[in-house]
Design a protein around this ligand. Sequence first.
Ligand code: GLU
Length: 271
Amino acid sequence: MRRAALLTAVAVLATACGSGDTSTVIGRAENGKLTIGIRYDQPGLSQKRLDGRYVGFDVDVARYVANELGVKESGITFKEARGAVRESMLENHEADLIVATYSITDARKQKVDFAGPYFETGQGILVRFTEQSIQGPETLNDRKLCSVKGSTSAQKVKSDHAQGVRLVEYGQYSDCVIALMAGNVDAVTTDEVILAGFAAENPELLKLVGKPFSKERYGIGLPKGDTKSRDAVNKAIEKMVSSGEWKRALERNVGPSGYEIPQPPQITEKS
Ligand code: GLU
């Protein structure tokens, strides 16, 4: 009798403390906790509001995936993951997952793994509403263009349009947008879905121009080599799409900006 009671007590304690293998993301999730890197300043996608709430499509994707891995909202710790630190946050175990408009690229895949993609967009250009001469990347000669350090957007400008354009790099897009409205730069470049969120906040001051000139496929970043966790995250993304929650989350968060909601992409990042 006593032995049985003791065994039960030990079992209860083990569950409470968690028994997951802490070397993997799914193991840590079994213990009821995950740290997820997100952006704090991207309207419609991922924002930390003044009242401390986290809102946006990426936030909803993060919450959905965490829940599928067994982690309730109260078990999630959100951390800011700016453009330049996303790989290092995973490499240094500062985050379990990164859900931060994070394009899947070969260069990044040297350092981290991706699940997904869960969304596709393309690079665009945001200008002041009164701007007449900037129509696309080829019309930016001698103009000041702002983007974010460590982003594919800044990288593309450097590799394809570096001759004429004067690139200014900041830590986050909201700072680029302030510089644009203040007249300190002439345009901001990054993914159109991000720019549409900023334009919607100031429709009489800002507008998008031209056609998208890259393909950006957003993945969920994971520590390199954690393939079981990647499989589990892919499964969660597939369920979010098939249940209709993916579309609803986009309509709720991105719909108000007027950005046209695309079809869900096929999952390509699997072992
Ligand atoms: N999706 C691109 C990237 O991962 C640009 C947007 C961003 O900086 O997050 O770099």
